[in-house]
Ligand binder design. Structure first.
Ligand SMILES: *Cc1c(COP(=O)(O)O)cnc(C)c1O
Length: 432
């Protein structure tokens, strides 16, 4: 199947991380997110080991925690030696409460409020990735009030089109993120940051997109960023010590998606970066990469119970499940593809096409259209959606006042609830 943590038992049941999916659903209730701890750790180790070997000891991968943010994932990231990206006070609070060493946290976002900035400083966030000039000034002013010097990187847009989906394409000149090199705004913000007394500019950041399957975009953006670093040294005598190349390596949602050798890609980027540095006579900066999706996506699946199977003769068939856009809004948002299977009928031929839809009062509540499933589908069957570890729980909502799902973490045949199921009282918890 699409990931080697997925197998099928002799009786045709889906097994995930060595466990029978149907048994876990029975034990922990429906619907349910499952996560494979070993897989998260292996994904961290792939980045950590390849980056240290290819770029040297100063390099560090940062887990972009917006992909899946809950306390246990920060504990796992810490124990694997990863830094983290955070994008809000909520993520900062979660990481801090989990005991994550906040000096290894990088604070992103294209709009940090004064309150966010103060909160991040009070919680010891090591580095801010500043997006635009007014934010640099706000960070400087708040750092001055607190009597500290705040390390920052500047987010630049290298002007690259990744040809992926528009909503996840973030490196183009007209992006809402960062300051563009092409327009001269990147140089202006650099000059501004260098003049600020309470920020220490450590270097530059770019993040050009998501779900990319080769290193081409990383090579092109690295080239532009390194040329910019060389030009800035020439003009201002400032030598960037850190270069953050962002995240974005893709994962397999479908059998037809390419397999990507991330370690080999990192070596390829490193060889190119070293060659460029040599040509530009620059010392190799401390490299950061920010994988989110490729750390957690294939470490997660979601299980649902079928409530209704509906056939509209001459039109289409529906399978309705007890979850939907509340726990996975990605098809509704981006038309994201997913592999969907009948978890207890893995050995039956899939001969009928069904739209697998959720329970929300919203026609757009589709998990995946036109899925091949067995003709025997009926109420009570179990549906598994694969590769849901990234941007599912973290994008979940309470639309229709449906409680959010729990996350059960599997490790070596043991299961533990790391995020409990929301209760109906949680739903009214903020109501007065
Ligand atoms: C979302 C994001 C990432 C992670 O992207 P993935 O595609 O999940 O690897 C990294 N850096 C920044 C700044 C981001 O916004």
């Amino acid at each position: 199947m699409i990931c080697n943590n997925l197998t099928v038992s002799p009786k045709g049941h889906l097994r995930f991380a060595g466990m029978d999916a149907a048994e876990l659903l029975c034990r922990f209730g429906s619907p349910l997110y499952l996560m494979d701890e070993q897989r998260i750790r292996q994904n961290c180790q792939t980045y950590y080991n390849a980056m240290k070997a290819a770029f040297g000891e100063a390099a560090l991968p940062l887990y972009a925690s917006k992909a899946a943010s809950f306390m246990e994932v920060y504990r796992i990231a810490e124990s694997e030696g990863m830094g983290i990206d955070v994008v809000s006070c909520g993520e900062i609070h979660t990481a801090k409460k989990a005991g994550f060493p906040m000096e290894n946290a990088y604070f992103h976002s294209n709009n940090k409020t004064d309150a966010d900035i103060a909160f991040a400083m009070e919680n010891g966030v090591g580095c801010f990735v500043a997006d635009h000039p007014e934010e640099v000034l706000a960070i400087d002013a708040i750092a001055a009030e607190k009597g500290i010097t705040q390390k920052i990187l500047l987010r630049l847009t290298p002007g690259i089109d990744t040809h992926t989906y528009e909503a996840v394409n973030t490196g183009k000149v007209d992006s809402k993120f960062g300051s563009a090199i092409e327009t001269g705004q990147a140089e202006e913000i650099t000059k501004l940051a260098l003049d600020c007394k309470n920020v220490r500019l450590a270097g530059f950041h770019c993040h050009v997109g998501s779900q990319v399957f080769d290193s081409d975009t990383f090579l092109r953006s690295a080239e532009i960023m390194l040329k910019f670093i060389a030009a800035i040294r020439e003009t201002y005598g400032f030598l960037a010590e850190e270069l953050d190349l962002g995240g974005g390596y893709g994962v397999r949602y479908l059998e037809s998606d390419p397999e990507i050798d991330i370690a080999a890609n990192i070596y390829e980027v490193a060889a190119f970066v070293k060659e460029q540095c040599k040509a530009l006579n620059l010392p190799l900066p401390a490299i950061r990469m920010e994988p989110g999706r490729s750390i957690v996506a294939d470490a997660g699946i979601t299980l649902y119970t079928v409530g209704a199977v509906k056939t509209i003769p001459g039109y289409k068939n529906y399978v309705s499940v007890d979850g939907g856009m509340g726990d996975n809004p990605r098809y509704a948002l981006y038309e994201s593809p997913y592999t969907v299977v009948a978890a207890e009928k893995m050995n039956e031929p899939c001969s009928v096409l069904y739209d697998v839809v959720g329970r929300c009062c919203e026609s757009g509540d589709v998990l995946q259209p036109a899925v091949s499933l067995p003709a025997s589908m009926k109420r009570g069957d179990i549906i598994a959606v694969l590769t849901t570890g990234a941007y599912n729980y973290s994008m979940a909502s309470n639309y229709n006042r449906i409680p959010r799902l729990p996350i059960v973490m599997i490790k070596d045949g043991d299961c533990r609830v790391v995020v409990r199921r929301e209760t109906l009282d949680d739903i009214i918890g903020c109501d007065l």
